[in-house]
Design a protein around this ligand. Structure first.
Ligand SMILES: *Cc1c(COP(=O)(O)O)cnc(C)c1O
Length: 444
């Protein structure tokens, strides 16, 4: 079945061009750095569309599949337009993400709203937009959503977010009866929620169950266990309350290859285990196949993204590390300082040079923890060299900040030698746009 795009470390179009520079999407990265300045986020449209196609191919043999992209990984108007064009729906977790997909002309029936503390305004907005599903996370939200739907004389189609007691880490996972998680109903609280929905909350229509077991998943068995637990729960609910539940949302979480030692499974392996488990369960218990939702984020957008930085100062600690500072860091990619995430980089203007030395790529922000890559072998670096960090499509721009009062970086979409700005670089004026000086401060 071959590899899927999430199993590659670099965008699929990455090559060394005739100038001896790195190129992605047919665009010379050194030229892009000159034209658009750095730090610069780049998204390779080919790789993005390819992984969407991988998902569609992988699940094409299961009729009742609803693929959604978890927008929190990267949500901009151009990105949502591309992914909607590939036939995906969207999982959103805020009014801002909801507004972005709405504004991109996405069919609202294909959108699902997640989150453990959605506000009144956000839920109201979701209902006004005619959103397809709301995944209800807790008892307060059941009541709040029912109240809002009632006021509007509507019935909201909901999923119940549950914590199935599977917890996955990157290379292993544990299964427990109860999980200490801020998300969703504990398995022991489901009955109480069902009774409330059945007897009291007449403006809620329960369509399905929703679980999301974690992120950067490498273990296929997580999906098997998740499907088994959810289908068993549907059977239990049917037997005990005669409530028909026809949808299960398996969440996202498939891993990507940040470094050479990461070996995420392919989308095809994931689909095989999910579909086989469903078939086995449904045949064994003689029930209809459920409608399946999947909401991958990272595995859709990560591999298509790279970030360019320009090398500035260097510091050799006597008898210690050599630090090479670049013009970005934790404000454009907080993952290394947040959770020791590892990345791989190459030098865009001399990818073929072999005079390696071990360096640590430091960010420009005023925090000792602002290190992008620890101990990487790169050709001897000089001021002005352009560093290309791979696999930055997910949870980089979407987690970016203006720390140290810096402007957020621009984002460029590349394809077949064309490059287009899809997010403008912030300006100095943008930084003070929302500042207010009360007039009494000016009077003295
Ligand atoms: C974060 C999240 C996702 C996406 O996770 P990825 O690891 O990016 O695939 C999907 N569903 C829910 C409920 C999430 O919280």
């Amino acid at each position: 079945m071959g590899k899927s795009a999430n199993q590659y470390l670099k965008p699929l179009t990455t090559e060394i061009n005739a100038n001896g520079n790195l190129s992605v999407g047919g665009c010379d990265l050194v030229d892009l750095a000159k034209t658009y300045k750095t730090p610069l986020y780049i998204i390779d449209e080919f790789t993005l569309r390819e992984v969407c196609k991988n998902y569609k191919d992988a699940f094409s043999k299961y009729e009742k599949i609803n693929l959604m992209y978890a927008s929190k990984a990267l949500c901009t108007s151009a990105i949502t337009t591309i992914i909607a064009g590939e036939g995906f729906g969207f999982d959103v977790v805020s009014g801002g993400e909801l507004f972005t997909v709405y504004n991109s002309g996405v069919d609202m029936k294909r959108v699902l709203f997640n989150g453990n503390n959605k506000t009144y305004e956000e839920l109201e907005m979701a209902i006004n937009y005619g959103i397809g599903r709301i995944s209800v996370d807790n008892f307060s939200e059941l009541k709040l959503l029912n109240d809002i739907a009632k006021q509007k004389n509507k019935v909201a189609d909901i999923l119940l977010r549950i914590t199935p007691g599977i917890e996955c880490h990157t290379h292993e996972y544990i299964q427990t009866g109860h999980l200490d998680s801020k998300f969703g109903f504990d398995m022991s609280q489901i009955d109480e929620a069902l009774i409330l929905i059945k007897n009291k909350y007449k403006n809620l229509n329960l369509k399905g169950l929703h679980a999301h077991t974690g992120s950067q998943i490498f273990e296929l068995k997580v999906y098997q266990d998740e499907v088994e637990i959810l289908i068993k729960e549907i059977l239990r609910i049917k037997a005990k309350y005669d409530i028909d539940i026809s949808e299960i949302n398996l969440g996202g979480g498939l891993g990507v290859k940040y470094t050479d030692s990461d070996n995420p499974p392919s989308v095809f392996d994931v689909s095989e285990i999910i579909i086989n488990t469903i078939k086995n369960m449904c045949e064994k218990y003689n029930v209809d196949y459920p409608k399946i939702y999947l909401e991958p984020g990272r595995s859709i957008i990560s591999t298509s993204g790279v970030t360019l930085y320009t090398v500035g100062s260097q510091k050799q600690v006597p008898n210690g590390k050599k630090y090479v500072a670049v013009d970005g860091g934790m404000a454009d990619n907080p993952r290394p300082s947040l959770y020791q995430a590892e990345y791989v980089a190459q030098v865009a203007n001399k990818p073929n040079e072999r005079n390696y030395e071990k360096v640590t790529i430091a960010g420009r922000y005023c925090e000792s923890g602002d290190i992008l890559i620890k101990d990487i072998d790169l050709p001897k670096l000089e001021e002005g060299d352009v560093i290309c960090v791979y696999n930055t499509g997910s949870y980089n721009y979407s987690m970016a900040s203006n720390y140290n009062r810096t402007q957020k970086s621009a984002m460029v979409l590349v394809n077949s030698g064309l490059s287009d700005i899809i997010v403008n670089r912030e300006t100095l004026d943008d930084l003070i746009r929302y500042d207010v000086i009360p007039s009494r401060l000016k009077e003295c």
